[in-house]
Design a binder for this molecule. Sequence first.
Ligand code: 3PG
Ligand code: MG
Length: 385
Amino acid sequence: MKTLKEVELRDKRVLLRADLDVPLDERGGIKDDARLKIAIPTIKYVLEKGAKQIVIMGHIDRPRGQVVDMLRMDRVAVRLIKLLGRHVYKLDDCIGKGIPRGERIILLENLRFHPEEEANDEGFAKQLAAYGDIYVNNAFATCHREQASLHAITKHLPGCIGLQVEEELKHLDIDKMKKPIVALIGGAKLKTKIPLIQAMLTKADKVLIGGAMIFTFYAAQNLEIGKSLCDMNYAMNAKMMLNNEKLVLPKDIVIADYENQEAGIRTVAHNEIPKKSIGLDIGEQSLEEFKQELRKAETIIWNGPMGYYEKPPFDKATNELAKIIAELDCNRIVGGGDTADALHKLDIAHKFNFISTGGGAALELLAGKELAALKALDENEVNFS
Ligand code: 3PG
Ligand code: MG
């Protein structure tokens, strides 16, 4: 697979698949432009190397093949103009539109307005490919999807990865990480984390588990979990992992009354959760144990919050661990939007070595899976001329 720096760009038309999927507020305003900022170095590099034109494409959200006005790329265009300090010409569709002469930076309309994008349609990919001589994939967060602008398109143009995808692959390669590796995995849904936990139980040295998914582990041991979140469909998976000595589960839990979560807030042992309570964070003793394990690490991989971090005081363990990890002298890697969000809120994101821009994609990569779009780029190498 070629990287952007290995490709001759002079006088070429470059078609860039970027991560433009920014979070929006109720009125369609951009809440956070971090993903757009990440696209900038790749766009600038392409222009500096003398490309004739750059056509940028991406999606916002999941309009499911329909035009949804709120999800148009107009605001993204305005923000890109500001970030680049250059004019960006936006088309009002992503296919079948001509580009006015003299325009050097072009932005296509939301790809997911066409159902063919998510269907990985060959004809649609071919129409997109007509905009470029070279294809650059810099959309790491969507690289686990088999979609036309990421997958089918690789058959129609010579392609390479952009600067951000190159960085992600470099930092998320667990086989190159310095040992001992301690994985800290949280979040609510065990279902989405099973492959990651299993991979970490093989490759890491300790796996610390927090977040609401711990209750499925407790329920799998027939412990009372009160009204805490739990998914018994995955109790068997949890049970099988319980025997692994690398796995560390919290020993105390912060609970509240289920009916009124402002009341009854206290810490109990993990096997003493009352029937009418809900577990919402990990306790002080667990926090201490986790800290001790984290201090032994050369590499820390963190994915997912430890508790219901959107609602104080149940953000305590997540915030405390974030602050502790920020001051440790080791390689610290973060994957997943919620964890990154917590670090941004605390204004300590800059203290971490690498924060992945991918959620699902980062999880798959860390779990040792090959990402569909990158596999396609690898296998369908159309020759560069
Ligand atoms: C993301 O937000 O992680 C990417 O944009 C992928 O979005 P998707 O889950 O809607 O495919
Ligand atoms: Mg998305």
